[in-house]
Design a protein around this ligand. Structure first.
Ligand code: GLA
Length: 692
């Protein structure tokens, strides 16, 4: 069957570009289907909320905004299966065909985040139970139990019916499972399954008692079914295992639907789910191991757009599958769920779209197309109002669509590449979070604190799991690898011996895989390799002076008193006068090992000091920025591959900025054919390719 949703290729990208987008060149692309526009703009569309007579007008306006893609179906369970076992996909067939008529492809969402009332009324065991034993009710969403076999069966059946119906539809390019997995269940089935999970892992209760050190507070268990199910105020080993169980359960929850879809779907249709940045409810690497691509929902994390923080979350998503990804949802200027839902400034929606591409997204989809006539999200940002006519941000998205179409062919098959990596480790983040010791020690803020100077100076950072091979990186940072196994320690030592430059942040190497204290002081199995250790850690209520090779600055929130055991381990920074314990003690120590090095940073350093330390590390490792002399607030992203290299420059400032180029380049979205230097207006973007 030939596809009708894609615009004819020459309308989009021209003949020369067509040659470039031939199949083997698309390796880096997150998804592949015939005539795929290399960069896609999309929107969440809920046709079930509107009379069919209005669909065409909506789709017309989407096409005019260069929208290539709609995500439909998620949350529409009561429309797809109005009563048990009676499916109605006719409306969805017509919606997909109407979209295709406007050259718009479809991602189908399985509707399992919003079970219909008939289902949960007849089978109340499918409703989740919270930690306090309260069962959820109908009326919101995510009210289901992710462990309940009956719910799994219903989820399987609706996904299977959808796949039988749409699995070979040429206009359906992929599947989104459910929506933003988040809420675990604490009910009887979850409890039973947790116990079985523990039994499988530990074999005997004696083994569990040993690893969890349950003699403490008389926690000793005689049977697995005595073990409580909690996510707070418990033995740290139990808390960590609960999170791992939740991660495995979301994985099997995904597998249940994948098993229903895959046998009936064309291989070109990808399967993913949409995730939430740094959200730590489960281990993203575990869940992504069964998905085809990563897709995340990019809503800025504070009231103001912090481009470094946002960029970190893109890099995080790229690391879930170590390849390009999709932004499945992003805000059309504002949301409805913050304390103050102030809008992005005019120009920042486009800025964010290009930032996503710069960090490796191949699609940017807005949530949502049109205000729903009613429901919990009436105030949320949209592209067209409830009347179906454009709101002001529509024009900005239209510009994004035009530019993606123009620059797409030069970007097809490219990805960001980095010489430096930073590890995101869920076990460690959880372990710290369970016992922060200082409420201000937010593990994500700490990761971003290390990421910030690394990104600013190297202009390309991979955020990876601890299981990713390290050998491709010149610099590897572990901001707080609190939980460390001997095997990981061995891999890290091997990395340094082979010439890698390793940086360990505070709290590294304190725990083993069971969240028990390491028998050695921090950094545990890396202590003798480092030739130094943590003598004591301290939570700080005020800042402490530090000085040394990176000038004078301060530490706050956390400071570890380090000591040096080996003659060739050097003290780079010391604390000044503070609480007595820390006075004049080492704060940063380093040891060279062959051509590599291991550095331990024992404190949460101020940004200027951390920046100088980062500069030193990058210099030692021979990491150069992509483009030097770039004004502050201008972000440089490079995507390369298949003999192409494209620079994306984004001025995140509201004032204009100028960037000098080492040699003339073509601006793919600007008015000039060749430029020596780029004048970027406030929130301006340039997409540059080498001259032919
Ligand atoms: C999430 C959900 C969407 C919508 C948006 C609103 O990302 O996935 O359904 O509720 O938030 O910002």
């Amino acid at each position: 069957m030939s596809s009708s949703c894609r615009r004819p290729a020459n309308v989009f990208i021209g003949l020369a570009a067509l040659a470039l987008s031939a199949a083997p060149l698309l390796r880096a692309q997150a998804t592949q289907y015939p005539n795929q526009p290399p960069l896609l703009v999309g929107a969440a569309w809920y046709p079930e909320q509107w009379p069919e007579s209005q669909w065409d007008q909506d789709l017309d306006r989407m096409e005019a905004a260069h929208i290539d893609l709609v995500r439909v179906g998620e949350f529409a369970w009561s429309t797809m299966e109005p009563s048990e076992g009676h499916y109605d996909f006719g409306w969805l067939d017509r919606a997909i065909a109407a979209a295709a008529h406007h050259h718009i492809c479809v991602v189908l969402g399985t509707p399992t985040a919003a079970p219909p009332a008939w289902l949960t009324t007849k089978y109340p065991q499918t409703l989740r139970v919270d930690e306090n034993g309260r069962r959820a009710e109908h009326g919101n969403r995510q009210q289901f139990s992710f462990t309940d076999p009956k719910y799994r069966q219903f989820a399987h059946d609706i996904a299977e019916q959808m796949a039988i119906h749409f699995g070979h539809n040429p206009d359906v390019v992929g599947w989104q499972l459910d929506n933003e997995y988040a809420e675990p269940d604490f009910g009887p089935t979850a409890r039973e399954q947790f116990h079985a999970w523990l039994q499988k892992k530990y074999g005997t209760i004696a083994s569990l008692n040993r690893h969890w050190a349950t003699a403490y507070w008389s926690q000793t268990y005689d049977n697995f079914d005595e073990i409580p199910v909690r996510q707070d105020r418990e033995n740290p080993a139990l808390l960590l295992e609960w999170k791992r169980f939740v991660s495995d359960t979301w994985k099997s929850y995904s597998e249940n639907q994948i098993a229903a879809i895959r046998p009936h779907a064309d291989p070109r249709q990808f399967i993913t789910t949409n995730t939430m940045g740094w959200f730590d409810g489960f281990n993203e690497y575990t869940v992504h191991s069964v998905l085809d691509i990563a897709a995340w929902d990019d809503y800025i994390s504070t009231d103001q757009y912090d481009y470094i923080d946002n960029g970190a979350r893109h890099d995080l998503a790229r690391g879930f599958k170590m390849k390009n990804f999709w932004v499945m949802e992003t805000e059309p200027a504002f949301v409805n769920w913050r304390p103050t839902n102030n809008p992005l400034l005019k120009g920042q929606v486009r800025d964010m779209a290009w930032q996503a591409i710069g960090h490796g997204a191949d699609a940017v989809e807005y949530w949502q197309w049109r205000s729903a006539p009613n429901g919990q999200e009436e105030y949320h940002g949209v592209l067209v109002g409830a009347d179906g006519t454009p709101v002001p941000v529509y024009a900005e998205v239209q510009q994004v669509g035009e530019e993606f179409a123009k620059a797409g062919p030069a970007i097809a098959g490219t990805s960001p590449h980095s010489e430096v990596a930073l590890v995101n480790d869920y076990d460690s983040r959880w372990a710290i979070d369970f016992q922060r010791h200082s409420a201000a020690f937010d593990p994500v803020n700490e990761i971003v604190a290390f990421y910030r100077p690394l990104r600013e100076q190297s202009q390309a950072v991979d955020i990876i799991s601890i299981d990713t091979p390290f050998d491709r990186y010149k610099v590897l940072e572990l901001p707080a690898l609190n939980v460390i196994s001997q095997q990981t320690a061995d891999r890290l030592m091997e990395y340094v011996r082979n010439g890698g430059h390793l940086l360990l942040g505070p709290r590294t190497g304190m725990k083993d895989e069971y969240n028990a204290l390491q028998p050695e002081r921090q950094p545990g199995p890396l202590m003798s390799f480092l030739g130094g250790r943590v003598d004591q850690f301290y939570a700080l209520d005020s800042s402490v002076p530090v000085s040394g090779d990176f000038g004078s600055g301060t530490a706050s929130i956390w400071a570890e008193q380090l000591s040096v055991q080996s003659p060739d381990t050097k003290v780079e920074t010391r604390y000044g006068r503070s609480n007595g314990w820390l006075d004049d003690q080492p704060a940063v120590i380093t040891r060279n090992v062959g051509r590599g090095s291991i550095t331990y940073v024992g404190a949460w350093l101020d940004p200027a000091t951390l920046s100088k330390l980062t500069a030193h590390l990058l210099d030692e490792a021979g990491v150069q920025p992509i483009l030097s002399g770039v004004p502050e607030g201008v972000e440089v992203c490079r995507r390369s591959g298949d003999g192409k290299s494209v620079l994306i420059l984004i001025n995140h400032n509201s004032d204009p900025a100028q960037v000098a180029l080492p040699k003339p380049m073509r601006d793919l979205i600007g008015s000039q054919a060749s430029v020596n230097s780029v004048d970027l207006p406030g929130f301006g973007v340039a997409v540059l390719a080498p001259e032919r």
